[in-house]
Ligand binder design. Structure first.
Ligand code: FMN
Ligand code: SF4
Length: 438
């Protein structure tokens, strides 16, 4: 087993870590006390110095986001802890909320002081019943002890937290769809610009939206300092990352690794290697929204923003899905396409229609009914989706689909060849090119 510095998961196995007394017995709520003694802008600077980047998927620098929040007092400032965690293969926020809810709350309080917010919300995936209960219990304990409410830690600073359950739409993890949903509207993304939440967010007020893991990491950063955090990992990918490892491995689970850790070593040592004595075929390292990588592309690749981007994928949410050499990549592509076709919010035509087209084409190829030109057709549809939609769901739909056909073309082409051979009466497709507006 590789040796890793534990920051977020340091106390995750302690039986009573979810209770206030258990959390405090291990130094909990020291960081917020320290932050409350500092100037709020100094707290923002500390987080900037840490180099922490958002762990929800996009990897935006956290301190920079906090610095965008206006401080003129014209409107209230809100914080939303994004606990929607709907990305396929991702289950690390769940572990934090279930086992260490006070770490999540303390991270939110640090952010609250830094941006001078008196109200925040945890927007939690509707299916997460147990983490929801654990968070509510922890919040209740905090109110009882004066750690939340009108005068937190006797500082004169007021902060309230509510927990709001989502209703099961993947798109509500996208920050502006989430805000729409919180306001009671349909969970559909807003146009950006102008609706960057730090400027125009919940009820048109400045709003910081951060992922659960991002905010929890601020507890360690406040205790040990931004520079100490920046010393971990690589220069552009600092700190540690929680990885939800699943698929064809011997030991699926949530692992905390220092950024810059080799992918192949992670699979061998942390994940216990590929199951059933089989070989590695491919991984999706950042959830299903980012491209698949073949085993032969992983030599020298490390878990960090630069290395995974250079390899053609992304750290994303850390939803690390492993496929062994028995995996049917056409079927895998069908599964991913089905998810995105189903979850489109429907606002943009390329996404709403294109998702179903891709799913339909992959399905017919998988059923042995593929047509010559289907691979090129998928490529063309994907090109008309990515970059032509309101939100990044368009890319999340197009990039993985493209990556499957580009990385495993022979599997698609062989399946199509076989189906054409077995069916002499097949109708060949028109030379299709989508002519939508650009
Ligand atoms: C389709 C889609 C789904 C998303 N789902 C989530 C999610 O479940 N959890 C999350 O934290 N961020 C999700 N995001 C990213 C958020 O929009 C946002 O960038 C993030 O919450 C910001 O927090 P961070 O900077 O701490 O990562 C999603 C983005 C898109 C485009
Ligand atoms: S890209 Fe898809 S999910 Fe995003 S706003 Fe458009 S239709 Fe909705």
């Amino acid at each position: 087993m590789g040796e890793h510095r534990k920051i977020l998961l340091a106390n995750i196995d302690k039986e009573d870590q979810h209770t206030l007394s258990g959390y405090e017995s291990r130094g909990g709520y020291k960081s917020i006390r320290k932050a409350l003694g500092m100037d709020p802008l100094a707290v923002v600077d500390e987080v900037k110095k840490s180099g922490l980047r958002g762990r929800g998927g996009a990897g935006f620098p956290t301190g920079t986001k906090w610095s965008f929040v206006p401080r003129n007092g014209a409107k209230p400032v809100y914080i939303v802890n994004n606990a929607d965690e709907s990305e396929p293969g991702t289950f690390k926020d769940r572990l934090l909320m279930e086992r260490d809810p006070h770490q999540c709350i303390e991270g939110m309080l640090i952010c609250a002081w830094a941006v001078q917010s008196n109200w925040s919300c945890i927007y939690i995936r509707g299916e997460y019943g147990y983490p929801y209960d654990r968070l509510n219990q922890a919040i209740k304990e905090c109110y009882a002890k004066g750690y939340l409410g009108d005068n937190i830690f006797g500082s004169g600073f007021k902060h309230d937290i509510v927990v709001h359950r989502g209703a099961g739409a993947y798109i509500c993890g996208e920050e502006t769809a989430l805000l729409e949903s919180l306001e009671g509207a349909k969970g559909q993304p807003r146009l950006k610009p102008p609706f960057y939440p730090a400027a125009i967010g919940l009820y048109d007020c400045p709003t910081v939206v951060n992922n659960v893991e991002t905010l929890a990491a601020c507890v360690w950063i406040m205790e040990h300092g931004g520079e100490a955090y920046a010393a971990i990992g690589t220069p552009k990918s600092t700190g540690t990352k929680l990885i939800s490892a699943s698929g064809h491995i011997n030991k699926p689970g949530v692992y905390e690794v220092e950024m810059g850790y080799p992918v192949l070593r992670f699979i061998e040592e942390e994940c216990g290697g590929i199951w059933k004595g089989r070989k590695l075929k491919a991984i999706m390292p950042g959830g299903s929204s980012f491209p698949v990588l073949r085993a032969d592309e992983l030599e020298g690749v490390t878990i960090d923003y630069d290395s995974l981007s250079k390899a053609g994928s992304h750290v994303g949410s850390g939803g690390f899905m492993v496929m062994d050499d028995s995996t049917d990549m056409v079927q895998a592509a069908c599964n991913v396409a089905h998810f995105y076709a189903h979850e489109s919010c429907g606002q943009c035509t390329p996404c709403r229609e294109g998702g179903h087209w891709i799913e339909k084409i992959f399905n017919r190829v998988s059923k042995g009914e593929g047509l010559p030109g289907d691979v090129e057709l998928v490529e063309s549809v994907c090109n008309q989706i990515a970059g032509h939609t309101i939100c990044a769901f368009g890319e999340a739909l197009a990039w993985p689909a493209q990556s499957f056909i580009r990385k495993f073309p022979e599997e698609f082409k062989e399946r199509i060849k076989a189906s054409v051979k077995g069916s002499p009466l097949r109708v060949l497709p028109m030379n299709f090119e989508y002519q939508g507006a650009h």
